[in-house]
Design a protein around this ligand. Structure first.
Ligand code: SF4
Length: 320
């Protein structure tokens, strides 16, 4: 018999804007009560939260919380949703499920930031009580997943498709690592798969790599490479590619895919308050967002009337 050793053990908690995850097309400006524990089911060479992901919990301080307390705390802090992030949420899915059910009952949504490497049965349980997901597609070859993450690509793509089909709002993140997964061919193949498997309106965030953990010897990713990925995505037909992990970049705004009008403006900035685990910053590469201006009129572009797929109000939760 297997026992969960991290049930209810919260190692990190904070309140973040939803844009930081990154999620750009679901309730812009919403606040998340973000939680993480220890452990992960992958072993990425570049893990920016390895202090959590590689821990068995014996060497980390944590607070034990009950599901009701998490939701009450989220409400007290003025959060609109619970964010499961920092380490991989799948490894404490029993707790994620229990809190998400309680949150949904009390009008709070659940956002899961995941690597998508999960079996079909627990996945379907999770999807039932999840409203929003950001799934990392870490590269677009089985070889990359095997060497860089100790995992497989196919189940991750299956999760992306299953989440989309189940009605969860899904956005994808692709971290561009110099020389490992950022070739024109690989990025193009990924973008073509997104169009076929997920749809051209799926937001895709091309994240800038910075040297860390076991990939400390690699250089920082160039902005030119992010530009290249963005242009490939546009050329292939994706309507909403973005730059991520950068500050003050125009490609973090949403533009109307039909007329080019600016429909959501986002102001990003470096985080001042750092979160540390064992004296190491977790998620230190992620800028935050100080201001989000939504210019949509009835969910449409004010310039040409094109419908922009952005959820601006609370969607129905499973208990409503
Ligand atoms: S999936 Fe995320 S948390 Fe887990 S090892 Fe990879 S980068 Fe770290």
């Amino acid at each position: 018999m297997l026992f969960s050793t991290n049930y209810g053990k919260v190692c990190v908690s904070t309140v973040d804007p939803i844009e930081k995850k990154p999620i750009f097309h679901y309730r812009p400006g919403a606040r998340l009560y973000s939680l993480g524990t220890f452990g992960c089911n992958m072993d990425c060479l570049n893990c920016q939260n390895f202090a959590l992901a590689r821990s068995n919990g014996h060497d980390l301080p944590y607070v034990e919380m009950k599901a009701e307390d998490v939701v009450s705390e989220a409400i007290k802090k003025g959060a609109h949703g619970i964010g499961w992030t920092f380490n991989e949420p799948i490894v404490w899915s029993e707790f994620v499920l229990e809190v998400s059910k309680e949150a949904n009952k009390r009008g709070i949504f659940s956002m899961v930031n995941t690597n998508g490497f999960i079996e079909p049965y627990p996945r379907s349980e999770l999807l039932e009580f999840t409203q929003v997901m950001n799934i990392d597609v870490k590269g677009f070859s089985e070889e990359f997943y095997k060497k860089n993450c100790g995992a497989e690509l196919r189940p991750v793509l299956d999760t992306c498709v299953a989440a989309r089909r189940s009605g969860v709002h899904v956005e994808l993140t692709y971290l561009l690592i110099p020389g490992l997964n950022d070739s024109t061919e690989e990025v193009r193949s990924f973008c073509e798969w997104v169009i076929d498997g997920m749809g051209s309106d799926t937001p895709v965030h091309f994240f800038r790599f910075r040297p860390f953990y076991r990939l400390s010897g690699l250089p920082e990713q160039t902005i030119e490479k992010l530009d290249e990925a963005y242009l490939i995505a546009k050329e292939v037909g994706l309507k909403f590619p973005y730059h991520a992990g950068v500050v003050g970049d125009q490609r973090q705004n949403t533009y109307c895919p039909r007329c080019g009008e600016l429909v959501i403006r986002r102001t990003s900035e470096e985080v001042i308050e750092k979160i540390c685990v064992k004296k190491m910053e977790v998620s230190r590469f992620c800028p935050t967002f100080s201001d989000v201006e939504v210019r949509l009129v009835d969910q449409a572009c004010p310039g040409c009337g094109e419908c922009i797929p952005v959820v601006v109000s609370q969607i129905k939760t499973s208990s409503q």
